[in-house]
Design a protein around this ligand. Structure first.
Ligand code: HEM
Length: 470
């Protein structure tokens, strides 16, 4: 070829590197760059995929190309999750994406909205502290995973959907973690037409039952979204003062014939928005908190340093934590940053696709190539980080590296045009939740539990822990 294509593993006829998909699993996430360098070309069936694993290459993509020549790929799987690309996360770049993203920023993520929902976050954290105190008194263990999914779910549901999860008729508050897990399994179903676009791929998915598997996996989720929607329509909450983002969208739909908006909102847009908020908002924040607690229990030196700072700075006798307490803490925030570094909730960000020919680090990348930014490998790159696998917040004591999309060695929220719009909310959820857990309680493993048993392959954090009221 006249092109200088990136290196990569040998490709088999037709299937290309499909048999090597596991190279992108958490356990192997750094093996590709170790073998082939920071820009690696794979081919999954007919689809070329470039994996980016260095700070420099990521900066080139996110700072330059993201604006000019990248969008999201349109695959069968993302079509199903995103209600025909009527959401924010998987919508191709264009007017529909712009309108939906702007709506989410104005109605949910702006500084004003963030501030006005502060009391909800504090109230839900107070409820959690009360619940954990009772468990500590009765010396029961805590299922930290369920607990934190419920905490984040209850906040996000109140803020975004005006729904009180503790009294909700159509979902049990303890089932949020299960529902997210089931939807992750469904969205992880391998779909052949994603690698072999066109009739043949679709036909094989149809006769092999994979299409049906994906659809039936997403059915429970769709029923859940429909319930949220029905709840809004039934109570006609658009007339209330405190309408949420779904009320606003329903109202826009009612008036759109008269208003002549640039896009026509449909039920798919409503469900796409609900799906994004639920799937992108809940598990990301909850899993970051679970990992932070896992690392703290595994590293007693850091746990002590963080808790000493918190309890000395805030005093021993606080009845409740307020969000402004977060501004008084320094080492605590570095600990959160370290958790974001070691355990990015979206390790490959969300996929991008080039719509014209570009160059990355001197390599030619043709149009219609998928780009995966390996934020996990970049955040553990030994060229950037000393002892990269170690959980050590002290590394940030003399460093100005931040995680809000401007430093390309640390990208838990992505960067560029498609950077996470819920970043500020996500950071506050994680920080406030962790501060409550660490101020009021001491944490430990159950007797007889060992870390090698509960953390396998860096993929899962533990469930059950012991909690003692401080
Ligand atoms: C700790 C919490 C969170 C983390 C680590 C996180 C991470 C991410 C990442 C890595 C992306 C992809 C960015 C890219 O491709 O460059 C993303 C996108 C997105 N996130 Fe978050 N997120 C968090 C919280 C939230 C919350 C709370 C919400 C909403 C309630 C949310 C909504 C979204 C949406 C809608 C997108 C798609 C943006 C687009 O494509 O334009 N996220 N997030």
């Amino acid at each position: 070829s006249k092109w200088n294509l990136p290196p990569g593993p040998k490709k088999l006829p037709i299937i290309g590197n499909l048999h090597q998909r596991q190279e992108l699993n958490p356990r192997n996430r750094r093996s590709l760059s170790q073998k082939y360098g920071p820009v690696v070309l794979l081919r999954f069936g007919f689809v070329p995929v470039v994996v980016i694993s260095s700070k420099e290459a990521a900066e080139e993509v996110l700072k330059i190309h993201d604006l000019e020549c990248c969008s999201r790929p349109e695959t069968a799987r993302t079509r199903a999750i995103s209600y025909n690309f009527k959401d924010i996360g998987f919508a191709p770049y264009g007017e529909e994406w712009r309108v939906m993203r702007k709506l989410s920023v104005v109605e949910l993520f702006s500084a004003k909205k963030l501030q006005s929902f502060r009391y909800i976050r504090e109230e839900e954290n107070d409820l959690l502290v009360k619940k954990l105190s009772e468990l500590a008194l009765s010396r029961s263990s805590v299922n930290i995973k369920k607990t934190l999914y419920t905490l984040v779910g209850s906040i996000v549901f109140r803020i975004a959907f005006g729904i009180n999860l503790h009294e909700c008729e159509f979902i049990d508050e303890d089932n949020i973690a299960d529902l997210v897990h089931k939807s992750e399994l469904a969205t992880g179903t391998s779909i052949l037409s994603d690698s072999f676009p066109g009739r043949i791929g679709r036909f094989i998915d149809l006769i092999s039952g994979q299409k049906k598997r994906l659809e039936s996996g997403l059915l429970e989720l769709d029923t859940f979204f429909q319930n949220i929607l029905d709840d809004h329509i039934k109570h006609d909450r658009t007339v209330r003062e405190s309408s949420d983002i779904i009320d606003v969208m329903i109202n826009m739909m009612k008036k759109q014939d008269k208003d002549g908006n640039s896009i026509k909102l449909t039920t798919d847009h409503l469900k796409g928005m609900i799906s994004d908020i639920f799937l992108a908002g809940v598990s990301t924040s909850a899993s970051t908190m679970i990992w932070a607690m896992t690392e703290l229990i595994r590293n007693p030196r850091v746990m002590k340093k963080v808790q000493d700072e918190i309890r000395t700075t805030l005093g021993e006798k606080k009845e409740r934590i307020e969000e402004q307490d977060l501004n008084k803490l320094h080492y605590f925030k570095l600990m959160v940053k370290e958790a974001f570094r070691l355990h990015p909730a979206a390790p490959l960000l969300l996929p991008r696709e080039t719509f014209s020919h570009i160059k990355i680090q001197g390599y030619d990348i043709p149009a219609k190539t998928q780009l995966l930014i390996n934020a996990y490998a970049i955040a553990r790159d030994p060229k950037q980080w000393t002892n990269p696998d170690e959980f050590n917040p002290d590394r940030f004591l003399d460093s100005s590296i931040d995680y809000r999309g401007l430093n390309f060695e640390l990208l838990p929220f992505g960067s560029g045009r498609r950077i996470c719009p819920g970043m500020s909310l996500g950071i506050t959820l994680v920080e406030l939740g962790l501060l409550n857990l660490l101020y009021f309680f001491d944490w430990g493993l159950l007797e007889n539990e060992a870390f090698d048993k509960i953390i396998s392959n860096n993929e899962v954090a533990f469930d059950l822990v012991q909690v003692v009221r401080h």
